[in-house]
Design a protein around this ligand. Structure first.
Ligand code: IPD
Ligand code: CA
Ligand code: CA
Length: 270
């Protein structure tokens, strides 16, 4: 394969350094919808990434969150999240990343997630494994959900319609805990390197998850829809885990989808 991954790494590092300079300056935020934040840093990072990709791969299509993409009939498509974790970023909460992934003829082939605060670079290529700062990573070996640390996220858009609070409560009661980091690509990267056993979320976009899904699969984990169906980049929901707890977590989700709760919500004493 041509040097797709090397180029993506170079671009992600450059964009990450740009995000870090904006982060130090505390840029103001705007809203693109109710509670859906965007900053000058999102736009500047996207401009840089799209410009670089177009220079290196002029025939490739680009799907980028802030709309700076480019259509093409080529079988190659880049998914770009120029700043994943904008709400954290806008509040000076140091958990965000830049992520890029390449799809070739409908199959994910390479991905990068770069956290410029921790200087952690997660990389993967189909068939070649996953790496954190050039060291091979693997998913955790935890076999039971009761021994797992898991994570989830809540979308900014239409959050009043999101049913995830039911899942959050049940998983919170039946694991070591649920983290809500505010950056889906970092959550996925942490599953790939064994810091978390599982992550799930409703309503993610392809650019949030493309690199992370390949990273997890190449690290020995499993990704699917929350009913256990094959994973789709444009699917309504995602569960990504170490593979060993996959059946158990999908089974628990099935109970919650059907309204059966093992642990009822506590009553508020009146
Ligand atoms: C968001 C983050 C967050 C997740 C949201 C995403 P953005 O991405 O990944 O963790 O819960 O669903 O939209 O908007 O910061 O790029
Ligand atoms: Ca995102
Ligand atoms: Ca984003």
């Amino acid at each position: 394969m041509p040097a797709y991954l090397e180029t993506a790494v170079e671009i992600a590092r450059e964009a990450g350094a740009l995000l870090a300079t904006f982060f130090e300056r505390h840029v103001p935020f705007e809203t693109k919808g109710e509670n859906d934040l965007v900053t000058e840093a999102d736009r500047a990072s996207e401009r840089l990434i799209v410009e670089r990709l177009r220079t290196h791969f002029p025939s490739h299509a680009i799907v980028a969150e802030e709309g700076g993409g480019h259509e093409s009939a080529s079988g190659y498509r880049w998914y770009v999240d120029p700043l994943d974790g904008t709400t954290n970023f806008a509040h000076s909460f140091p958990m965000f990343n830049v992520t890029l992934a390449l799809e070739a003829e409908g199959e994910l082939v390479a991905g990068v997630i770069f956290d410029p605060i921790k200087n952690e670079l997660f990389t993967t290529e189909r068939g070649a494994g996953s790496y954190l700062n050039n060291r091979r990573i693997r998913v955790s070996q935890t076999r039971k959900l009761t021994d797992a640390l898991v994570a989830t996220g809540f979308p900014s858009r239409k959050r009043h319609l999101n049913i995830n609070i039911h899942f959050y409560h049940q998983l919170g009661m039946q694991t070591h805990g649920v983290r809500r980091c505010g950056s889906a690509a970092i959550d996925l990267a942490y599953v790939a390197c064994g810091r978390l056993e599982a992550f799930w979320e409703f309503g993610l976009n392809p650019w949030d998850m493309a690199a992370g899904v390949l990273l997890i699969e190449e690290a020995g984990g499993k990704c699917s829809g929350m009913h256990g169906e094959p994973h789709r980049l444009r699917g309504p929901d995602l569960v990504a885990d170490n593979g060993l707890i996959h059946e158990e977590i999908v089974g628990l989700f099935e109970e919650i989808f059907s309204g059966r709760y093992r642990v009822p919500m506590p009553a508020i004493a009146g």
